[in-house]
Design a protein around this ligand. Structure first.
Ligand code: NAI
Ligand code: A1CAB
Length: 284
C-alpha cells in the first residue's frame, strides 16, 4: 500500500497550510494578493529574515518567522512558495528538505532556476512546480505561468492553481524551456510597461502639461487600453486601427513608432535580452 501523503491529502487533513519563503517584492505581492482574495491569513506562514519586511508581512495577519529553524520542526505545509533570489535558492531549499518527503509541493518563482536544480537541492523525488509570476499579483491582476515536474499530481496542481489564482491568471505550460521567454514577456513585462508610463508622462510634461496631470493621463491611458484589449471582442491590431483616423494625430504619432518596425524590433530585443539572462541564471 502506498502510504505517502500527497499535498492534496495534507490540505484535506490540515486545512492546507501555505509556507512563503522570502517576502520581498515578489513574495509580498503574492501574499497581499492572496489575502485580498480571501485566502485565510491563519493558513499562511512566512519566513523572512529582514525585520522590516517581516513586520510588513505580519501586518497581513500571516504568521511570521525569522528563519527556517522556526518552521521545519512543525507540520509540513501543503505548499511551500519559494520567493528568494535565484542565487540563493538552492542553498535556502536545503533547509526545507524535510518537508519534501512529507507531502509538500514546492513552488519556486525564481527566474532561471531549473526544476532539476530544485530537485537536487531538496533531494529524493520532491513535487516541484516552477512558476513565473509578476508583481501585479499585488492587486490580484498578476500573470502566473507554471510548469510541473512528473511528481506533481493533478490534485496538487489544482491546489496550487487555486492558491496562485488569488494573485491573478494562472497558466501551465508543458515545456520548461518556455519559461525563459515567459520571463522575458510577463515576468519582467510590468517593468517595461512602467517605463512606458514614465516615458509617456515625461513626454507629456515636456510638451507643456503639469507633470502630475501628465502622469495621471499616462497611467489611465495604459490602464484603459489594457482593460479594453482584455475585454473587447476586437484584437489589439483592430483596436489600434480604431484609434487611428486617416491622416490624423494618431497616424502622425504611430508613424514615429512603426516606421521600420522600430518599436516592435526594440521590444523583440528587450524580450530576448531578458530571456537570455534567464538562461544565464540557470547556469549560475
Ligand atoms: N520582482 C519581480 O517582479 C519578480 C521576481 N521574481 C523572482 O522572485 C524572487 C524574489 O525576487 P524579489 O522579490 O524581486 O527579490 P527581493 O530581494 O525583494 O526578495 C527576496 C527576499 O528573500 C529574503 N531572503 C533571503 N534569504 C532568505 C532565507 N534564507 N529565507 C527566507 N527569505 C530569505 C530577502 O530578505 C528578501 O526579502 C527571485 O527569485 C525573482 O527571480 C519572479 C517574478 C517577478
Ligand atoms: O528581474 C528579475 O530577475 C525578476 C524576474 C522577473 C522579474 N523580476
Amino acid at each position: 500500500m502506498n502510504t505517502e501523503i500527497t499535498g492534496s491529502d495534507r490540505i484535506a487533513q490540515s486545512n492546507g497550510r501555505v509556507l512563503l519563503v522570502g517576502c520581498g517584492n515578489m513574495g509580498f505581492a503574492m501574499l497581499r494578493g492572496w489575502i485580498e482574495k480571501g485566502i485565510p491569513a491563519n493558513r499562511i506562514d512566512v519566513v523572512e529574515p529582514n525585520d522590516d519586511l517581516r513586520k510588513r508581512a505580519a501586518s497581513t495577519g500571516a504568521s511570521v518567522h525569522a528563519s527556517a529553524e522556526d518552521m521545519t520542526g512543525g507540520e509540513a505545509p501543503a505548499m511551500a512558495i519559494m520567493a528568494v533570489k535565484p542565487q540563493v535558492m538552492a542553498k535556502v531549499l536545503e533547509s526545507y528538505r524535510g518537508f519534501a518527503t512529507r507531502g509538500t509541493t514546492f513552488v519556486s518563482v525564481a527566474a532561471g532556476t531549473l526544476i532539476e536544480t530544485i530537485e537536487k537541492a531538496l533531494g529524493g523525488k520532491p513535487s516541484v512546480i516552477r512558476c513565473m509570476p509578476n508583481t501585479p499579483a499585488f492587486i490580484g491582476e498578476g500573470m502566473m505561468v507554471c510548469v510541473a515536474n512528473e511528481k506533481v499530481e493533478d490534485a496538487d496542481k489544482a491546489q496550487c492553481e487555486t492558491l496562485l489564482s488569488a494573485g491573478g491568471k494562472v497558466a501551465f505550460v508543458e515545456e520548461e524551456s518556455m519559461m525563459d521567454a515567459v520571463t522575458g514577456v510577463s515576468g519582467s513585462g510590468p517593468a517595461y510597461v512602467f517605463h512606458f508610463i514614465e516615458s509617456l508622462s515625461a513626454a507629456g510634461a515636456a510638451a507643456g502639461l503639469p507633470p502630475e496631470l501628465s502622469e495621471e493621463l499616462a497611467i489611465q491611458t495604459v490602464y484603459g487600453a489594457a482593460k479594453l484589449a482584455r475585454e473587447a471582442d476586437e484584437d489589439p491590431t483592430q483596436l489600434r486601427k480604431n484609434v487611428t483616423s486617416p491622416n490624423g494625430t494618431t497616424a502622425a504619432g504611430l508613424s514615429v513608432m512603426m516606421t521600420d518596425d522600430r518599436l516592435r524590433t526594440m521590444i523583440e530585443e528587450v524580450v530576448n535580452a531578458a530571456a537570455d539572462r534567464s538562461r544565464e541564471l540557470a547556469k549560475d
